[in-house]
Design a protein around this ligand. Structure first.
Ligand SMILES: [Zn+2]
Length: 195
């Protein structure tokens, strides 16, 4: 519990859309009852929030995101795979993600918008597609100045993978976090590959 409370020291803001998509996926997996359990726990920690009522474009403390992920593991017994799946689901559902990615004429164009897309969600961290090779079929993405929690890295893997599915034509797409600040690296690095 002290671990979860220490998240409150993390700075930064995130858009409410995050919590709305959380709500949909928690209901999908554990029903409304599961969602209420999560909200009850949040309230007990001093952060009352009805996830479904979060304002899509309103800013909230970013630490609420890892706090919810920790609650899901503790209270609803979620696995890392469930957290990853929630990331993919959120990117599928996200209004902002779909609008920005789907109507791009090319993969390069879509990827060039990645830093802006990140900034639409967070007022902290910098995300960049640093390398893209259509022939070798991989993309390298770096995320700087973003120190939240390892569970957020898992969620982000799912989110980035789904965003790439939206942006790149390819099958059997995969993602791996190849560098991570929680493992002593200077930034998070995600490598997306496909066939
Ligand atoms: Zn990481």
């Amino acid at each position: 519990m002290s671990d979860i409370k220490s998240l409150e020291k993390k700075e930064g803001l995130v858009r409410g859309e995050k919590f709305r998509t959380h709500a949909s996926f928690i209901i999908f997996k554990n029903g409304k009852e599961g969602l209420r359990k999560v909200e009850k726990e949040l309230k007990a920690l001093g952060h009352p929030l009805v996830l479904e009522d979060a304002g899509t474009f309103k800013w909230y403390p970013a630490f609420l995101h890892p706090m919810i992920l920790m609650i899901l593991k503790d209270i609803l017994d979620w696995s890392n795979e469930d957290i990853f799946e929630m990331g993919t689901y959120s990117a599928k559902l996200s209004f902002m993600n779909r609008v920005l990615v789907r109507y791009m004429v090319s993969t390069e164009k879509a990827l060039s918008k990645a830093p802006q897309m990140w900034r639409n969600y967070y007022d902290i961290g910098n995300l960049k597609a640093v390398d893209f090779n259509e022939n070798k079929k991989w993309i390298l993405i770096h995320l700087f100045n973003f120190d939240m929690h390892p569970l957020v890295c898992i969620y982000n893997s799912g989110y980035i993978l789904q965003s790439m599915r939206n942006a790149v034509r390819g099958s059997n797409m995969n993602i791996e976090e190849t560098k991570c600040i929680h493992k002593g690296d200077d930034y998070h690095e995600y490598k997306v590959t496909w066939e």
